[in-house]
Design a protein around this ligand. Structure first.
Ligand code: SF4
Length: 281
């Protein structure tokens, strides 16, 4: 079994034998082997995007590349396993992101308005995307860029998303509060609570399948718990009928590269959930 974070070894005899056999029969790959190969390709992409590299023999490389399309096809879940409760067909929301932005206006509802330079509403408007990302409060760097996440943290997030086949057209990104707190302090519970109705409206407008909460403030405040992120991550929680995965903020991952392995585990769970929901990509 593939263990997340462990690269496949070309020297492993059993794996080598499977690849040897499958290399000539890759058009018939199905089931668990297809899933293992899909995970292997994703893991390699993730590691490469993280700046990690390890040698791939030409034989393994050729196998992984040539088997790609058939693996993806075979890896699709049969229709009968898709959850009936959560339809993948878009349902029009009565509210749009533009409506929410208008309602927010030049918001002065909490003390954070006094220290902000710019209010950051979210990434570009999209609806009915599979993934809604809620990051911890914006930083001064984010404020300068006008984005909910910026710089190296944004680069890392985009690489992580690319590893599971998502880009900015398929995700919406915003923050738990829309204004940067002063003096690098965390946002207070009162500030988060004041801003949260607008976040709830954004979620309603985007109508995502999964919420990916990045950072301890984002995860804990959405789930209304004081539990450490360490205990919250690694499983889906329910948030008003939507699956929510708390995980580490890319900024934290840049400072703690050893935590990329559990972050990858969380991301893989999201990838599998999106596949199981049969969401159009
Ligand atoms: S953080 Fe939210 S509630 Fe507070 S001032 Fe900014 S937009 Fe308004």
């Amino acid at each position: 079994m593939l263990i997340p974070g462990q690269p496949p070894s070309g020297k492993n005899e059993a794996t080598g034998a499977i690849m040897e056999k499958s290399n000539s029969q890759h058009k018939n790959i199905q089931g668990p082997l297809a899933e293992i190969l899909q995970q292997t390709r994703s893991l390699i992409a993730f590691h490469q995007n993280m700046g990690l590299s390890y040698p791939l023999t030409p034989k393994i490389k050729n196998f992984l590349e040539s088997a790609g399309p058939d693996i993806c096809k075979a890896n699709k879940r049969p229709k009968k396993t898709a959850k009936k409760k959560q339809s993948s067909s878009p349902v029009e929301s009565a509210i749009t992101l533009a409506d929410v932005r208008r309602e927010l206006g030049d918001c002065r509802r909490c003390p954070l308005h006094g220290s902000r330079k710019h209010l950051i509403f979210g990434s570009k408007d999209v609806t009915h995307v599979p993934l809604f990302i809620v990051c911890d409060p914006p930083t001064r760097e984010d404020e300068k860029s006008g984005k909910p996440i910026s710089g190296m943290a944004e680069e890392l997030l985009l690489k992580m998303l690319a590893a599971i086949g998502l880009d900015l057209n398929k995700v919406y990104i915003t923050n738990i509060v829309k204004c940067c707190p002063p003096d690098v302090r965390p946002a207070t519970a009162q500030e988060i609570g004041t801003c949260q109705p607008f976040l709830a409206r954004q979620i309603e407008a985007v109508s995502p399948k999964i919420i990916y909460a990045l950072g301890p403030l984002a995860g804990r405040s959405l789930l209304k718990t004081e539990a450490p992120l360490l205990r919250l991550r690694g499983r889906f929680h329910e948030f008003h009928g939507i699956s929510l995965m708390p995980s580490y903020h890319p900024d934290f991952l840049l400072r703690h590269p050893d935590m990329k392995k559990p972050a990858w585990h969380d991301l893989q769970m999201i990838q599998r959930k999106i596949a199981a929901l049969n969401v159009p990509q």
